[in-house]
Design a protein around this ligand. Structure first.
Ligand code: G6P
Length: 475
């Protein structure tokens, strides 16, 4: 089993949105994600393939060429969407890896579907990868793929990157299949994490749940009479965005004009606060609204001189906890506006949809303060986008210390979102910050984000992975 591609990306989602019209005609548009932007030049140079799910149920789509990439769709049945994707990925692993903010559910049927679907992704990677190819597997939905793929294709180099946190061993230990997950990941040559703490948690889990030795970041997979000793490296590679592209977009006249129009449509507030998130319980949206609501109730901020714009893009809407969260957030927004809004003026402008990138750039440019108050977040790219969009050096970033971005962005105003009083005083400090201090902070933040962009992230990961000595095809 082998293919023709020297570089293969394996991710739960394909990097395109596919539309199939009534005649069965297929059209696609590139999805806006940062991952595809970072990998597109590498895919182009190496003739890469991307293995992933189209997002639709029960649809078999033949592999096809798009934008110099070979796309290999992995089909999922409606039942697998419920068990592998909504179930095990997003109602077991997602809450468990995000500090059990909501209770993870452990169901053997979901685990079986996770096994089955991971096997399908591994097989698709194996048929597409050329001999000695580099295969890069992404995220928590596919943690078993490295080991499954290694069994099918011992000749390829395998990298895995975990985009979300890796939990402390005391939480990870709850998982009934903890050993299988660790063994799955250890099929890779390189396992990458966002923060040093994530890599450390993983290394502790390896020591706790396997008998392999670890030395620094290197794990030695024991000798076996048929197989030589193998080493796996666990290291940190904080992900980023295409900062130069957003920087350029945000400087355009069209975006500047739109930013001014947004402010005037909102009645030219003195303080415009902004939140931008997927509607997810990890993002601390309720905590943020609570803090803002109390500031308004205590008249430390007044409406309409202050306003909060909250963009909450729909996400995982079939999962119960996401439905509950939506109700809770919408109730809070209704209460706040009912109490403090007036005809034509709201305290909080809540949007449950996503926007194109130019509108987001204008919102970033318009906002005096960006509130990133995640309870737990692998990285949080919104924080980096805000900074990349602020070439005018305006705006203050309030950033949760529980977001991976906090490790790199110490010039932000860091907050603990569980501490509502603390968050309220930081919001006030941001809203009233001396512009000179704001500019100094923003300049330092921009330096970091513009230098460490997503291409830097991908290249650092791949250069470590490609330094792994090539193996022969025979074990
Ligand atoms: C996070 C995960 C990604 C996931 C994305 C959107 O960023 O790390 O793997 O693709 O959320 O979630 P969705 O479930 O819609 O793919």
């Amino acid at each position: 089993m082998s293919g023709t591609h020297d570089f293969v990306v394996v991710a739960n989602r394909l990097p395109v949105d596919i539309q199939i019209d009534v005649d069965g005609e297929r059209t696609w548009t590139r999805s806006p994600g940062g991952l595809v932007t970072a990998l597109a030049p590498i895919m182009r140079a190496k003739g890469g393939a991307w293995v992933g799910w189209s997002g639709a149920a029960d649809t078999a789509i033949e592999p096809f060429d798009a934008d110099d990439m070979w796309l290999a769709p992995v089909p999922l049945s409606a039942k697998e969407i419920a068990t592998y994707y909504e179930g095990f990925s997003n109602a077991t692993l997602w809450p468990l890896y995000h500090d059990v903010i909501v209770d993870p559910e452990y169901h053997r049927v979901w685990w079986n579907a996770y096994l089955e679907v991971n096997r399908r992704f591994a097989e698709a990677a194996a048929v597409n990868a050329a001999e000695h190819a580099t295969v890069w597997v992404h995220d928590y939905q596919l943690q078993l793929v490295p080991q499954m793929l290694r069994r099918l294709r011992p000749d390829v180099r395998i990298g895995f990157f975990n985009h979300i946190p890796f939990p402390p061993v005391e939480l990870f230990g709850q998982l009934p299949w903890r050993k299988q997950v660790i063994e799955g990941l250890l099929g890779a040559d390189l396992v990458g994490f966002q923060r040093t703490g994530d890599a450390a948690n993983f290394l502790r889990a390896v020591r706790r749940f396997t008998s392999y030795g670890t030395r620094g970041q290197v794990i030695t997979i024991g000798k076996h009479w048929t197989r030589p000793e193998r080493h796996v490296r666990a290291a940190t590679f904080p992900i980023s965005i295409d900062s130069a592209q957003l920087d350029e977009l945000a400087r355009t006249e069209a975006v500047e004009k739109r930013a001014a129009a947004i402010r005037s449509e909102l009645g030219d507030p003195d303080v415009l606060l902004l939140g931008v998130d997927r509607l997810d319980y990890t993002k601390g949206i309720r905590h943020r609204i609570k803090a803002f609501g109390e500031l308004v109730a205590e008249k430390k901020l007044t409406v309409p001189a202050a306003a909060l714009v909250q963009v909450a893009s729909p996400s995982r809407e079939q999962v119960e906890q996401y439905k509950t969260l939506r109700h809770e957030v919408e109730l809070m927004v209704g209460n706040l506006n009912g109490e403090h809004g007036s005809l034509g003026r709201s305290a909080i402008y809540y949007m449950h949809h996503s926007y194109p990138q130019d509108e987001m750039a204008a919102l970033y440019r318009a906002a005096d303060v960006l509130l990133v108050t995640a309870l737990r977040d692998g990285m949080n790219l919104v924080a980096k986008e805000y900074v990349a969009a602020r070439s005018d050096l305006g705006g203050v970033l309030v950033l949760s210390e529980f977001a991976g971005a906090a490790d790199e962005m110490s010039q932000a105003l860091l907050v603990n979102p569980h501490d509502i009083e603390g968050m309220k005083s930081v919001i006030m400090r941001a809203a009233t910050m001396d512009p000179r201090e704001g500019r100094r902070r923003m300049r330092a933040l921009r330096k970091r984000v513009l230098e460490h962009d997503v291409a830097h992230w991908a290249n650092s990961f791949l250069s470590v992975l490609e330094a792994v000595p090539q193996r022969t095809s025979h074990v």
